[in-house]
Write a protein that binds this ligand. Structure first.
Ligand code: HAM
Length: 417
């Protein structure tokens, strides 16, 4: 029997993990500059949290969650996204009362049972950013600017920011009623999925990708024409500030996003380099969510970046060197001094590898090359009798004979100097 990774999941192999580290380090450094701190929540939560948070009629909740019964009969779900769990943690620990600038980020795996394809997985990873307690449109612009600064830090330049406002509880219901009316009139002209959505979640029709539906969808009423005055003012100020910061964007009245908690500003960044799954990140404002999940009336806004998609856009770099020194105990009695030197060099902060198998000089040199060793240290019969090592600088093809103490001194300097 041969085991394989579950469909829609994937291994991140050692040769690939460098790019992951680079984007993770970039996230941590950048987010700290904007005052964000890390929050880690569990990968599973009560099912009800996601149903109430994301919306029972969304594709995520109705079709894509990994839900299972716990042994005590409770219903648990692997998190399909990070926001609901973060909001739960904020409420549970009263973070809004103790943190004067509640900005957090999270990093980790999410689970959605979608149809796997390039860029779409059943276990994928997100970097997620959330800011709580700010009504001002300034935070919308700041969060969007942060999202783009993160892509800059990762070297992703081929991208487009798409922006919309989906209104709030005072203007959206009337718009949705209008939209629903218009959709009912279109009726069978729409695809099967859209016909169902007319009754369950009419806004999602705007997200339909079926080519035959596009002309009809373009003729539908637009939310941008139906925003109430406060929502319109908020959106105008977000746009003004983005323009002030020199951030280009494209307005799309069809950007409704797949989660129900959004109000006012929604945004996505897409890249044509990604193919069909072109969304690198998505986010928006969710002012009613904290209250809906049992907390105070605390506004919130954030975004999440899909790391598989981001990493696929990050340029491959030279494979990293794996070791500073590769030790080659060649003489019969060379292993003991090699083990001692290996330990001392590692204690001094150097990356050291030693192959304890019996191999020829030539195959050991090949190994050192493949590992990107900066130095090799050779201990053959001749060296052993004279109490020295041959230290070879691999890039310069120069070698010298040195005692163990001298090697330690010199290499400590090259690494830390
Ligand atoms: P989302 O748009 O569902 O938003 O996901 C954000 C990003 O996660 C997407 O743009 C995409 O890059 C990645 N992603 C989503 N599903 C998959 C998948 N099956 N395979 C690979 N990557 C995927 C949210 O999750 C919201 N919680 C974002 C947010 C935070 N809004 C406010 N705060």
């Amino acid at each position: 029997m041969k085991f394989q990774a579950i469909k829609g999941t994937h291994d991140i192999l050692p040769d690939e993990v460098g790019a992951w580290h680079r984007v993770e380090v970039a996230a941590r450094e950048l987010f700290a500059r904007y005052g964000y701190r890390e929050l880690r929540t569990p990968v599973f939560e009560q099912t009800e949290l996601f149903a109430r948070g994301i919306g029972a009629e969304t594709d995520i909740v109705s079709k894509e969650m990994y839900t299972f019964e716990d042994r005590d009969g409770g219903s648990l779900t692997l998190r399909p996204e990070a926001t609901a769990g973060i909001v739960r943690a904020v409420i549970e620990h009263n973070l809004m009362n103790t943190d004067p600038a509640l900005r957090v980020y999270a990093l980790g795996p999410m689970f959605r049972r979608e149809r796997p394809q390039k860029g779409r997985y059943r276990q994928f990873h997100q970097v997620d950013v959330e800011a709580f307690g700010f009504k001002s449109p300034t935070i919308d612009a700041e969060v969007i600017e942060l999202a783009l600064a993160f892509l800059d830090a990762c070297g992703v330049t081929e991208r487009e920011l798409v922006l919309n406002s989906v209104g709030d509880s005072s203007c959206r219901p009337a718009y949705v009623a209008r939209l629903q009316q218009a959709l009912r009139e279109l009726g069978p002209a729409l695809c099967g999925d859209c016909q169902r959505r007319v009754e369950t979640n009419p806004l999602r029709v705007l997200d339909c990708k079926v080519p035959a539906d596009q002309a009809a969808i373009d003729s539908l009423p637009r939310i941008s024409d139906h925003l109430c005055a406060p929502c319109a003012e908020h959106f105008a100020e977000v746009r003004r500030q983005l323009e002030l910061l020199g951030i280009p964007y494209r307005l799309s009245h069809r950007l409704v996003r797949g989660l129900d908690y959004y109000v006012r500003t929604t945004f996505e960044v897409t890249s044509s380099a990604l193919g069909a799954q072109s969304s690198i990140l998505g986010g928006g404002r969710y002012d009613g969510l904290v209250k809906a999940l049992g907390g105070p009336d605390l506004p919130g806004i954030g975004f999440a970046v899909g790391l598989e998609r981001l990493v696929s856009l990050v340029a491959d770099s030279e494979p990293d060197s794996r070791c500073d020194v590769f030790l080659m105990p060649l003489a019969a009695n060379a292993l003991d001094p090699a083990l001692r030197l290996q330990r001392r060099l590692r204690q001094a902060g150097l990356r050291v590898l030693l192959d304890p198998e019996e191999r020829s000089f030539k195959s050991r040199m090949k190994q050192a090359d493949k590992l990107g060793a900066r130095f090799t240290a050779i201990l053959g019969e001749d060296e052993l009798t004279r109490g020295v090592w041959t230290l070879r600088d691999m890039a310069r093809s120069e070698q010298r004979q040195l005692t163990e103490e001298k090697i330690l001194d010199e290499l400590k300097e090259t690494t830390h100097g």
